[in-house]
Design a protein around this ligand. Structure first.
Ligand SMILES: Nc1nc2c(c(=O)[nH]1)N[C@H]1C(S)=C(S)[C@@H](COP(=O)(O)OP(=O)(O)OC[C@H]3O[C@@H](n4cnc5c(=O)[nH]c(N)nc54)[C@H](O)[C@@H]3O)O[C@H]1N2
Ligand SMILES: Nc1nc2c(c(=O)[nH]1)N[C@H]1C(S)=C(S)[C@@H](COP(=O)(O)OP(=O)(O)OC[C@H]3O[C@@H](n4cnc5c(=O)[nH]c(N)nc54)[C@H](O)[C@@H]3O)O[C@H]1N2
Ligand code: SF4
Ligand SMILES: [Mo]
Length: 854
């Protein structure tokens, strides 16, 4: 099952070759085994700490080596099952992200709001002054009008920190105005998971990459964005007989360079392509009949759902109906698919009929193990939730799911988008562990664990503001206090013109009191009234949860510089000031919620980092294992006795904290089997837990022994839903005035807004500027040469950028691409903030723009 070291090395060669084929200058590409690699020469005699990479959702394990309180090397961790020692170039240079010249080391306060957006105007302050100021502003807003509070958190915030924030904001402040940047990233995946399977996060694991016969990437540039996993994919291609990779997307990327076939489609027609495959399976009776009969139910939902151009959309007649679905028969489903013939789909998408047929045959072949992978091409889509459904539909119809090497795999972007944002409840509609604020039993259960009076959380039963709404309200001057951590919204949010730009719509940014926790100066700190300098990565202990459900701990390895403090300390210090004088029952509110970890009089944690994390983890873990807790047991004895059983099914099931350290990460559900804690590689699949199958889940909650040995025991009626979703066009389509689609995304060397990776000289030199990739024919028509500056303009805003026809991506005629890492090339000024109506995740991938030579 495991791929060999030789396979990895060969794959590296392929990744390098494909990079060369794509015509890039950098030698810092692809992956290699982490063994022996280091940021600075590893002396080998420093203190070693087990850790996880700070960057992408691959969640590579790394070992940090420390000497004299300084990180001197970072190497791949061979004992972490996710990467087995492999890293990408960002992983090798991890140590250097800590030591940029301008680390923030002192709290700062802005006196004069007119200096916002200039990079000037912040003065140094003491922690006491900064904390008192933030606390008094938060308390003032909280007491006068809670609806004007906003917290913006992140899929980069370690798990226990996110858990503590959720507890503070939801139970302490009784507010749901908290959302993470994961809304910009995984929300469409999450909503589809919940709709289809009634549980969030994929059934498969990275081991599938080592066993699949066919890979289909549906809008994922894995070579740049998930390099370690891409190396595993290319290794499998090299070591397996006839293994194929189909790459679907709207632009040719470096991932396309090594694919067997690249299928470039017109934006949004991925919906039609998936329906076309489903139509072929159904109309030619090439679906898995036993699987369909035993396991599936069919549905359709609200259609013609329009677009969320303006704020009233969610509450509009159509906007309020977008979640509705109703049951249909298999025959009705088949009839809905009929229009999606090969010919019609080819016309619509621009993909050749033969290519569509070839892909459909892959799903029709009962002997092929197929792994689908997707990321932002699918999620950041005005029909993002629908497109997730469409991928599940073809896998469900063909029974290609929940088996080793076979299944739909939704990739996560950030290091702990799964672990934190999605697990511990930092979304505006959630409570920890997949529980929902709107569900009465979920509130009762949460009250029991947090020891709150019954009914205490009823005040927050209505979800709060989702991210786009939050920033639209900010632009209108309707937010008085905002606190952000682990993100850089002033660069990463879409339609920045709405709230940063000049004009009528930007009232809020100057009036709102903004607090930013940061490690470096960023565009967001330029708009902050107070900046809290914080510990970066291994300057404290924390945990990340990666794309294959692996939770792993990174140990504290070095101290934070200057006065920089752990983010969690800043939240505790503000929490006890704001909650001063408040009671829960008869006890002081802060002590009631956090007394088990924090001594507010001593103004410090009661224990070291590890023990603080462990105590928070153990409390969070109660959400996951109801039978462990007496209070939860009491709720289990509810009137009809079904709630407890249901919760057990919903539970993620987690192990004690120390197991994660000892095992270099474990994948949930983690279950105690005869005294040993065991990870699960394949959920819903029958087989021995010793080999990573979901034996306990299937036996305990499912109906074992069914066709294929699978049981979708979390799904309603034990059956996942195939939901018919039609093709609908992008929010904007090209016009004479705005003739080009503008796609945005990432490139290998930089992480998001570049704040960390651009401070690593090697990465900065490898990719120093953001370029607009254009099709050579389009350039010719516009009289543009490589290196020319152009103005890119949309109905939202504009920015200037240099053109290249020889960049990392090769867009077809009519499409352009630029990355968003460069703050001097602020692409998001022009990117639309239209979102998927179901998930509220914005579509960063197809704004219509004009391009004018400067
Ligand atoms: N180097 C690096 N790696 C990263 C990150 C980083 O900043 N830098 N960030 C991480 C994060 S948070 C994320 S979310 C991931 C993102 O990972 P990806 O989604 O792989 O990367 P992007 O560059 O955002 O998206 C590019 C893809 O979108 C596709 N696309 C564009 N329009 C459409 C469409 O209409 N339909 C479909 N199906 N596809 C379309 C393109 O074809 C292309 O394959 O990367 C993670 N990894
Ligand atoms: N145009 C365009 N825009 C996009 C996207 C796109 O595809 N196109 N993708 C979207 C997606 S998928 C994502 S996930 C978002 C990401 O957007 P953001 O999360 O807003 O961007 P990051 O650059 O990752 O910001 C993380 C910040 O945290 C800081 N930091 C590092 N460590 C710590 C720490 O320990 N504590 C604190 N408090 N701060 C720390 C870093 O310096 C950095 O500034 O971008 C979105 N924006
Ligand atoms: S950036 Fe991603 S692939 Fe690269 S080392 Fe880190 S986790 Fe692994
Ligand atoms: Mo993301």
């Amino acid at each position: 099952m495991d791929i060999s070291r030789r396979g990895f090395v060969k794959a590296t060669a392929v990744a390098l070759a494909s990079a060369a084929a794509a015509g890039t200058m950098s030698s810092l590409v692809g992956c290699a085994s982490g063994e022996g690699q280091s940021t600075t020469a590893a002396s080998g005699d420093g203190q070693k700490y087990t850790s996880v990479c700070r960057f992408c959702g691959c969640g590579c394990g790394v070992i940090c080596e420390v000497k004299d309180n300084k990180l001197i090397s970072v190497t791949g961790d061979p004992d972490n099952e996710s990467n087995k020692g492999l890293n990408c170039v960002k992983g090798y240079y991890l140590a250097k992200i800590m030591y940029g010249d301008d680390r923030l080391t002192t709290p700062m306060i802005r006196e004069d709001k007119s200096t916002k957006g200039t990079g000037e105007g912040l003065r140094e302050a003491s922690w006491d002054e900064a904390l008192d100021l933030v606390s008094s502003k938060l308390k003032e807003t909280w007491k006068s009008d809670k609806s004007r509070l906003a917290f913006w958190l992140s899929g980069q915030q370690p798990i226990t920190e996110g858990y503590a924030c959720a507890k503070f904001i939801k139970a302490g402040l009784l507010s749901n105005n908290v959302d993470p940047n994961a809304r910009l990233c995984m929300a469409s995946a999450v909503v589809a998971f919940m709709n289809v399977f009634q549980t969030d996060e994929p059934a498969g694991s990275y081991s599938d990459l080592d066993e699949a016969d066919v890979f289909v990437t549906w809008g994922a540039n894995m070579a740049e964005a998930h390099p370690m996993l891409y190396s595993r994919l290319t290794a499998r291609k090299l070591s397996g007989e006839g293994v194929k990779h189909y790459d679907l997307g709207t632009i040719r990327t470096r991932t396309s360079a090594s694919a067997d076939k690249t299928m470039i489609f017109h934006p949004n027609t991925d919906l039609a392509i998936a329906n076309c495959i489903a139509n072929y399976l159904v109309s030619e009776k090439k679906y898995d009949e036993a699987f369909v009969n035993d396991h599936l139910q069919f549905k359709q939902g609200t259609e013609d759902i329009g677009n969320s151009f303006e704020d009233g959309y969610d509450k509009s007649e159509i906007g309020s109906k977008v979640d509705a679905v109703s049951p249909i028969t298999f025959e009705e489903y088949a009839a809905r698919l009929e229009p999606y013939t090969f010919e019609y789909t080819s016309q619509l998408s621009g993909v050749a009929v033969e290519d569509l047929k070839e892909l459909a045959e892959v799903f029709a072949d009962p002997n092929k193990k197929v792994m689908s992978l997707w990321t932002m091409g699918v999620n950041q889509h005005n029909r993002g939730t629908w497109m997730n459904h469409c991928i599940y539909n073809v896998h469900l119809l063909s029974g290609k799911i929940a088996q080793p090497g076979c299944g739909p795999f939704s990739l996560t972007g950030q290091p702990t988008a799964c672990g934190t944002a999605r697990e511990v409840g930092t979304f505006s509609h959630r409570l920890p562990a997949d529980l929902l604020v709107a569900n009465e039993q979920h509130r009762r259960y949460t009250e029991a664990i947090w020891d709150l009076p019954e009914g205490y959380l009823d005040e927050i039963k209505a979800p709060g503001m989702h991210t786009v709404k939050m920033f639209r309200e900010l632009s209108k001057g309707n937010i008085d206090f905002m606190w952000s951590a682990h993100n850089n919204w002033a660069q990463s949010m879409p339609n920045l013109t709405r709230f940063l730009g000049e004009g009528a719509d930007n009232k809020g940014i100057f009036d709102t009191f903004i607090v930013v926790n940061e490690v470096y100066p960023t565009l967001s700190t330029q708009y902050a009234d107070v900046v809290f300098p914080v510990a970066l990565w291994v300057e404290r202990e924390g945990q990340f949860g990666n794309a294959e459900r692996r939770t792993a701990v990174f140990e504290k390895a070095v101290d934070a510089p200057g006065e920089a403090k752990w983010d969690l300390w800043t939240f505790m210090e503000v929490a006890h000031r704001v909650l001063d004088g408040e009671k829960i029952g008869s006890e002081d509110a802060f002590d009631h919620l956090f007394g088990f970890i924090y001594d507010k009089n001593a103004r410090d944690f009661k224990n070291d980092d590890r023990e603080t994390n462990r105590l928070l983890w153990e409390e969070y873990r109660i959400f996951s294992n109801p039978e462990m807790n007496d209070k939860a047991k009491a709720i289990n004895d509810d009137a009809d006795g079904t709630f407890g059983a249901k919760l057990k099914m919903e539970a993620k099931q987690l192990a004690p904290y120390e197991e994660y350290l000892a095992n270099h990460g474990m994948t949930w559900p983690v279950r105690n089997v005869n005294g040993t804690w065991k990870s699960t590689k394949w959920r819903f699949a029958e087989g021995s837990q010793d080999e990573g199958f979901d034996e306990v889940g299937v036996k305990q909650y499912g109906k074992p022994g069914q066709a294929g040995g699978v049981s979708f025991y979390k799904s309603a009626n034990l059956k996942p839903s195939v939901v018919f979703r039609p093709y609908e066009p992008p929010a904007q389509t090209p016009s004479d005035e705005y003739p080009f689609y503008f796609v945005t995304g990432r490139l290998l060397e930089h992480w998001h807004t570049g704040t960390m990776t651009r401070r690593v000289p090697e990465l900065d030199r490898a990719l120093p500027e953001a370029l607009l990739n254009m099709n050579p024919d389009d350039c010719k028509k516009l009289g543009i040469q490589d290196g020319d500056m152009v103005k890119v303009k949309s109905t939202y805003g504009e920015f200037d950028i240099k053109v290249s026809t020889a960049g990392r991506t090769e867009p077809p005629a009519g499409v352009t691409f630029a990355p968003f890492f460069a703050e001097e090339t602020l692409v998001n000024l022009a990117v639309q903030d239209v979102y998927c109506p179901l998930s509220k995740e914005p579509d960063y991938k197809k704004t219509c723009v004009s391009i004018t030579k400067l």
